[in-house]
Write a protein that binds this ligand. Structure first.
Ligand SMILES: Nc1nc2c(ncn2[C@@H]2O[C@H](COP(=O)(O)OP(=O)(O)O)[C@@H](O)[C@H]2O)c(=O)[nH]1
Ligand SMILES: [Mg+2]
Length: 446
């Protein structure tokens, strides 16, 4: 028989109210043991909690009967006063009554196992709990609501329809020529393939919204990268000195721009060095910059004449920040700007010491991030796991549509495998270890 589990659903620490949840077959008997007469299902009732002949608290008690609950099981919530001793006393009582403390994500896992939500929706729940920005909240809420799952299911249904056509050709070869039937299934598969292409092209967007858009500050030592970071985030996040080589590790600072989560990284100045620690810093700086969604190449405008060489890692669309415009020579900056904008870089001339310039730069970055991450449609994948399965499905589909797929049996097998790949995203079919990985990232009590 299933265990009955319990856990605090609210964060630890002093608060007005704390919520403790219980789920499983022993729920009703536990509620009765603690409060006497159990409240009517789905109706809040004020009750005195008692255990071991002692009063624990006055609490609002809610009870749900299976299957009409979050987990799909009998479950209950105790809304107690949020003091630590109150919560501890209730948890001790529940344990004493033979209940087990829930594992991370166990409530949601039970909801999944009872068909209350699919795996993509369950991931949405975890993301909603972690959401810090407006964009993360919207994306996660859409996912919990099933927006993502519906799309995966629609694609899967299309595959199943094509599969039915192909199988008919295999099973009743007399009716029509198998090649003709296979031909009839192809337009649908082609349309789907195009949709998957578009979704895959959009994969990074969903992940960036969820994990943060990464901006790297890179450039030579003393260019003013750390000053720029501090100006952008409006606090002394990085140490600024006039000694080149001060910043040695990558300093990542989270920021919210236009409602999106952004990570700005200050990095060690790029230069040849004999110092092993600094060299490692330079290596990390290059690696972070390589992975970043946007690189800001910071150049000391005062020494701009000596800094014309462009790093190999510069990419089209990167930004070039001509810093120290307050002390730099205007004509030298003009030349540099002409040179680099000709190379396809967006050039900004500013002083990292100017509060106003930093505010303008935040604005410019906000627009850039919003342009990069907003889209007409909700992204098709918010996690690497989804992207991998979409790619897998696309691979099978491509084979079904190729020459090999002219063989009806082979095409049918590929379409079946593509459908299977999509089913893995919503967890219709998935091995235990995938489920374990997904739910272990949850907090206890969810
Ligand atoms: N005049 C002037 N000095 C700056 C500006 N930005 C940075 N600095 C100075 O340049 C030196 C190096 O700055 P820092 O941010 O540590 O450079 P990093 O090595 O690229 O991180 C420090 O003395 C800063 O005060 C600026 O816009 N104008
Ligand atoms: Mg620095």
């Amino acid at each position: 028989m299933t265990d009955t589990i319990f856990a605090p659903a609210t964060a630890a620490g002093r608060a007005a109210v704390a919520v403790v949840r219980v789920s499983g077959p022993a729920t009703l008997s536990v509620v009765e043991s603690l409060v006497g007469r159990a409240p009517t299902p789905r109706t809040a009732a004020l009750r005195t909690l008692r255990h071991g002949g002692m009063e624990l608290d006055e609490a609002l008690v809610l009870r749900f009967e299976a299957p009409a609950s979050y987990t799909g099981e009998d479950s209950a919530e105790f809304h107690v006063h949020g003091g630590r001793a109150v919560v501890e006393a209730l948890l001790a009582a529940l344990s004493d009554l033979g209940l087990r403390l829930a594992e991370p994500g166990e409530f949601t896992r039970r909801a999944f196992e009872n068909g209350k939500l699919d795996l993509a929706q369950a991931e949405g729940v975890a993301d909603l709990i972690d959401a810090e920005t407006e964009a993360q909240r919207k994306q996660a809420l859409g996912q919990v609501g099933g927006a993502l799952s519906q799309r995966y299911d629609r694609w899967r249904d299309l595959l199943i329809q094509s599969l039915a056509m192909l199988e008919a050709a295999v099973d009743f070869p007399d009716e029509d020529l198998p090649e003709e039937v296979a031909e009839r299934a192809r337009p649908g598969l082609r349309t789907l393939s195009a949709e998957l292409d578009a979704a895959l092209a959009d994969v990074e967007r969903g992940r960036r919204v969820r994990d943060g858009f990464r901006i790297a500050l890179v450039g030579a030592p003393n260019a003013g990268k750390s000053t720029l970071l501090n100006g952008l985030v409006e606090r002394e996040a990085a140490i600024v000195t006039d000694t080149p080589g001060t910043t040695r590790d990558v300093i990542e600072v989270p920021l919210v721009l236009a409602g999106y989560k952004v990570l700005v990284a200050d990095t060690a100045g790029l230069r040849e060095t004999a110092d092993a620690i600094e060299a490692e810093g330079v290596r990390r700086a290059r690696a972070w910059a390589e992975e970043a969604d946007l690189r800001l190449w910071v150049v000391d405008g005062f020494h701009v004449k000596h800094a014309v060489k462009l790093e190999e890692a510069v990419r089209l669309g990167d930004w070039l920040v001509l810093n120290k415009a307050d002390i730099a020579e205007g004509s030298a900056l003009d030349q540099a700007e002409a040179l680099w904008s000709g190379e396809g870089l967006k050039v900004l001339r500013l002083s990292a010491h100017s509060v106003e310039a930093m505010s303008d730069m935040r604005e410019a970055l906000s627009s850039h991030v919003a342009d990069a991450l907003s889209g007409a449609e909700f992204p098709a994948a918010t996690r690497l796991r989804h992207a991998e399965r979409l790619r897998e499905a696309q691979g099978y589909l491509a084979r079904a549509l190729s020459e090999v797929g002219l063989e009806v049996e082979l095409a049918a097998e590929d379409v079946r495998l593509a459908a299977r790949a999509l089913e893995k995203i919503t967890g219709r079919v998935d091995p235990e270890d995938v489920l374990g990985r997904v739910f272990s990232t949850f907090c206890i009590g969810k």
